[in-house]
Design a protein around this ligand. Structure first.
Ligand code: GLN
Length: 488
């Protein structure tokens, strides 16, 4: 038998309900593995071993009372991106500003996971306030890619993806505002889904850009993704943007065969700048989907070239407003030694925020200012509508769009961190789904010549998660399940 930490959630669940292993044993095995490898990967910011063991004991009580009471997540050890509020457990957002912030309540997704018996191992590293694509913008330390410790895991949910790949948690939650679940999942060789905007409650998710942010699962395989999505999805009266719509059983979409499914290849996504290894892997994956019965068509998303510029106005604009609450009065850091109130604001915000966050606040404030609003924010909102229309058009001709997740595999630590524009450009293929509010998934589809994983991105229309899961599952079937884990 492979080691416990190599198992997927559904495999672990089988052992737990057969009582071949206890939830406490599983939690202890994970805590030991974290102890052994996290000093290299640095995926965790906070560990919660006491809470994990208490939750595991509770899971064992449930399992021994009546296995019928157990859910697919009972006793499953998880990690949580540190942008999601956990009552009584420090939630830093990767920022000095919230270094000692302990939320007095939990996010809705956390309440749901707890109600399903999941076990929380700790909180995972991220770019500060989820702004970045490499986890190097964490105020604490960068996370390392388990496939090559000299490389970034992607970001901003780099800790969430790296920990799943490094087997220091069975699955995790991330957040995706402009690719932050899909891009690190692609770079770490795991499955990551950004659900439809409104599918998962954002209550308790620290806001970055509220019209784009969405929480989603990061898992070892597509089945686990469906299981987690079942639990976190659904209407929440505490999030006015969550949509009152029934949650199907997503595992029912995991069926072989793609007959009747049309897959669209957007011609604007296969252009120069795309790494040849990525292009080859994506095309091989698309052929594999065709082999499963899908029909391929070319589609066009003509406004793709404006997506990065549009996002990097809208997201900073919303961020500049959302982050105005960190002023030393109510949340988090308050600078010492100030003269008056204005001086306290200035000192607190100067000391509490890192350079990328400051850059975003300045871009956002500028583009919202009265003289520039029409030229920047309003224009960007209009282009956003055009991008929504592009997708609406494309989905008349296909059920699922297949594309790369990122133009390259994981880059080296330090390679782009001093060049924000290069970093922003690497988000080109993930940002459009956020601007349109549609769901997207990254599924491992191959390796580059350096042995680094590459993901295939699938996108569907609003609430098309079932089509995504079905296509992603068929890719797994065609390519063989992803069982090649990094040696870390
Ligand atoms: N890389 C993008 C950014 O820096 C996306 C971040 C995200 O999805 N949270 O804004």
């Amino acid at each position: 038998m492979s080691s416990l930490t190599d198992l997927s959630v559904h495999e672990l669940h089988e052992l737990l309900i057969k009582r071949e292993v206890s939830a406490v044993e599983v939690a202890k095995t994970y805590l030991k593995r974290i102890d052994e490898v996290d000093s290299k990967v640095r995926a965790y910011l906070t560990l919660t071993p006491d809470q994990a063991l208490a939750q595991a004991e509770e899971a064992d009580r449930c399992l021994s009372r009546d296995v019928e009471e157990a859910t697919p997540l009972t006793g499953i050890p998880m990690g949580i991106k540190d942008v999601i509020c956990t009552c009584g457990v420090r939630t830093t957002c990767g920022s000095r500003m919230l270094e000692n912030f302990v939320p007095p309540y939990s996010a809705t997704v956390i309440e749901r996971l707890e109600a399903h018996g999941a076990v929380m191992l700790g909180k995972l590293n991220m770019d500060e306030f989820a702004m970045g694509s490499s986890t190097e913008n964490s105020a604490f330390y960068p996370t390392h890619n388990p496939w090559d410790l000299e490389r970034v895991p992607g970001g901003s949910s780099g800790g969430s993806a790296a920990s799943v790949a490094a087997r220091t948690c069975a699955c995790s939650l991330g957040s995706d505002t402009g690719g932050s679940i899909r891009q690190p999942s692609s770079h770490c060789g795991v499955v990551g889904m950004k659900p439809t905007y409104g599918r998962v409650s954002r209550y308790g998710l620290v806001a970055f850009a509220s019209s784009l942010d969405q929480i989603g699962p990061i898992t070892r395989d597509v089945t686990d993704c469906a299981l987690l999505l079942n639990v976190i999805s659904g209407y929440d009266p505490r999030d006015s943007t969550s949509i009152p719509r029934d949650v199907p059983d997503y595992t029912l979409s995991l069926i072989p065969g793609l007959e009747g499914c049309t897959i669209g290849l957007p011609k604007e996504y296969f252009v120069s700048g795309l790494d040849p290894d990525v292009e080859r892997a994506v095309k091989t994956a698309v052929s594999a989907l065709e082999g499963q019965g899908a029909r391929l068509v070319e589609v066009s998303l003509p406004h793709t070239e404006y997506a990065v510029a549009t996002y990097y106005i809208i997201a900073p604009a919303e961020a500049s407003s959302n982050l105005s609450r960190y002023d030393g009065v109510k949340y988090g850091l308050r600078a010492q030694g100030f003269k008056d109130l204005t001086d306290m604001y200035k000192k607190t915000r100067s000391q509490g925020f890192g350079p990328e966050v400051k850059r975003r606040i300045m871009i956002g404030t500028y583009s919202l200012s009265s003289g520039y609003y029409d030229a920047y924010y309003k224009k960007a909102s209009q282009v956003r509508t055009l991008i929504v229309q592009d997708f609406r058009h494309a989905f008349k001709d296909c059920d699922v769009i297949a594309a790369p997740v990122a133009p390259t595999s994981a880059f080296r630590l330090g390679e782009k961190v001093d060049d924000p524009l290069q970093m922003y450009l690497s988000d080109i293929f993930t940002i459009p789904a956020n601007l349109a509010g549609i769901p997207g998934i990254s599924v491992p589809c191959g390796m580059d010549h350096n042995g680094l994983p590459i993901g295939l991105q699938l996108m569907a229309t609003h609430f098309g998660e079932q089509s995504l899961l079905k296509a992603a599952y068929n890719l797994e079937l065609a390519m063989g399940p992803w069982r090649n884990w990094p040696a870390v």
